[in-house]
Design a protein around this ligand. Structure first.
Ligand code: GCO
Ligand code: MG
Length: 568
């Protein structure tokens, strides 16, 4: 071969290569990847089912995806505490038949097709169902790869996840104690609330009740008492707990946007780490004005179900922390994209991490927190014994840091037998109305299990309203303190055990009944179990009092359920 032919062939070869003329190397490249992929045998979805359990009194829905590989399954969180049964139906009647036989490895493909399989989309029920499937597929992929999910998305950016604790109290003293209690084990970030959201215990003029508007169980919450008390709350905690602790607060969209702006301006001097949900998603357009009026960092998003709610706020830098609830957005696949979008606009993460999220959902939060650059803070939850029994591998907290274990997938499993031991509370889960004094509805009522006892004896109106927040502080609101000193004692039961709570409740009940009977209050006979004693003696209650049945049902439910919750 002479030199001219050689040069021509070489030139032709490279030219061929550059214009993509299939040469040998391209042939190799085009060869199906099977060779290196041989290890991963095809994996089909064989079943998608929803597991319902409530070890911490909230109605959890966890999706289990079973596969063609014996023993290989994944778990995903689909918890929608206010409508759990609707999610179960969406999973079992729709996603199961849709996903069966499909390739479990192709998460994005399955997500996109399941998302559009209902044609209409984005909403709490369908997104939660989809999230259960999605997260379970990531769990499976981690197990197949024999690594924790955070490794699949790039590994750790930090050794553990800084998280915030919850403190609340009926008054400043109780709140201060609770903050100090959380500072002790090392929390550097603490969310402070005065009672329930919007501090309803500060509102006293339930004119709508006197007018017979709504139901007696509806809760009163007026704006002014809350707007006045909240800056004082920050003042008190800064004075008594110092300037180093990072303070967070959840307005929980309880006030009108204009009031929210005024409140945030007043809170600036207390350097809050962030103020959450100052307004409702329905008023998102107000963020421009909030941004213009104050430098207080804003966290928003737990109620978001659609990209229309988060994209604009992030790209226009109108919030500082995106706080979506992973399962409400459609799962881990979506949250990763939200985190990536947010990074480009200096928005950090603060994923929603309440009681109404399963340990699987919390683990998904933490895996994402470990791997993303723009991590901000993580809401924390302590898992009680029942939760740890149902979900072996629950995330743990040490020195204010959240940890997942290094097991493959999410690292959290489920014990279905134990799960059956914790059925849902009897109350379906919807939220009871919260009203202003004139009866008008307030956005987003609180999650509470109320015990309401009314008794009318010769015109004396007496009741004790007990509100319990699951897995967190208890809040007692007392409507007619002068009648039932016991209710004040209930105030202290945050640090009391179940026996004490039952005793107090029985006392309230019994006294209510005695008052109604016009009898002198008697000291309880300690030896007899006060609860049954008082419930039996309440037998005559039936038929006299319009709310008797409801009151009794609530008392039984509260005693049966809430006391457990308070034990953790
Ligand atoms: C939070 C939330 C919760 C929600 C609850 C709704 O910041 O943790 O506001 O308390 O109200 O998850 O079910
Ligand atoms: Mg919130």
């Amino acid at each position: 071969m002479n030199r001219r032919v050689l040069i021509k062939t070489l030139a032709f070869g490279t030219a061929a290569g550059s214009i993509g003329w299939p040469g040998k190397s391209d042939a190799i490249a085009a060869e199906p990847h099977a060779t290196t992929n041989k290890a991963l045998s095809p994996l089909k979805i064989t079943k998608v089912r929803a597991i319902q359990t409530a070890p911490q009194r909230t109605r959890l829905v966890v999706v289990k995806v079973e596969t063609s590989e014996p023993g290989l399954y994944g778990l995903g969180c689909a918890t929608f505490n206010q409508r759990p049964l609707a999610v179960v139906t969406a999973v079992e009647e729709y996603l199961d038949p849709f996903a069966r036989g499909r390739d479990a490895d192709n998460i994005e493909d399955l997500w996109q097709n399941a998302y559009t399989s209902s044609y209409w989309r984005n909403g709490p029920v369908l997104n939660n169902a989809l999230s259960g499937l999605d997260m379970a597929l990531w769990d499976i992929k981690g197990k197949r790869a024999n690594m924790p999910v955070y490794q699949l998305i790039g590994g750790k950016c930090r050794f553990a996840v800084d998280c915030y604790a919850h403190s609340s109290g009926r008054d400043l003293k109780e709140l201060e104690e609770s903050v100090k209690q959380n500072m002790e084990p090392g929390f550097r970030h603490i969310r402070i609330q005065l009672g329930g959201y919007g501090s309803p215990q500060l509102s006293t003029e339930a004119h709508f009740k006197d007018a017979g508007f709504g139901l007696p169980k509806d809760t009163l919450m007026d704006t002014q008492p809350y707007l006045k008390a909240t800056p004082k709350m920050f003042e008190h905690i800064r004075t008594t707990c110092g300037d180093d602790i990072e303070l967070l607060h959840d307005v929980h969209e309880r006030v009108e946007p204009r009031d929210a702006i005024r409140l945030l301006k007043e809170l600036e001097r207390y350097r809050p780490f962030f103020i959450e949900d100052p307004i409702a998603p329905e008023a998102n357009d107000y963020f421009r004005q909030i941004r213009a009026a104050t430098t207080v960092p804003i966290a928003m998003g737990e109620l978001f179900n659609s990209p229309h709610e988060w994209v604009g706020l992030i790209k226009d830098r109108l919030i500082d922390f995106v706080r979506v609830h992973l399962s409400q957005t459609g799962g881990f696949t979506v949250a990763r994209k939200i985190a990536t979008l947010a990074e480009w606009f200096n928005v950090r993460s603060a994923w929603h991490g309440p009681t109404d999220l399963s340990p699987v959902g919390h683990a998904a939060n933490i895996h994402l927190d470990l791997a993303i650059h723009n991590f901000g803070i993580q809401e924390s939850l302590r898992f009680n014994e029942a939760s740890q029994e149902v979900f072996p591998g629950c995330p743990t907290i040490k020195n204010g840091y959240f940890y997942v274990n290094e097991a493959p997938g999410w690292g959290v499993d489920i014990n279905e037998e134990a799960a059956r031991k914790y059925p849902y509370p009897t109350h379906p889960g919807y939220w009871e109305p919260v009203r202003r004094r004139d009866g008008s509805a307030v956005f987003c009522p609180h999650i509470l299990l109320g015990v309401l006892t009314y008794c009318y004896a010769s015109g004396v109106y007496a009741s004790a309203d007990i509100e319990l927040q699951f897995g967190r502080d208890t809040v007692v609101r007392h409507l007619c303190a002068d009648i039932y000193p016991e209710a004040d004692r209930l105030r202290l039961f945050r640090r009391r055990n179940r026996k004490e709570i039952q005793r107090c409740l029985a006392e309230v009940l019994r006294k209510a009944w005695h008052v109604r009977e016009g009898l002198q209050c008697q000291n309880l006979d300690e030896s007899v179990d006060p609860l049954t004693a008082s419930l039996d003696s309440q037998a005559t209650f039936e038929g006299i009092h319009p709310f008797a049945e409801e009151a009794e049902e609530r008392i039984n439910r509260a005693v049966r359920f809430d006391c457990w919750a308070l034990d953790d």
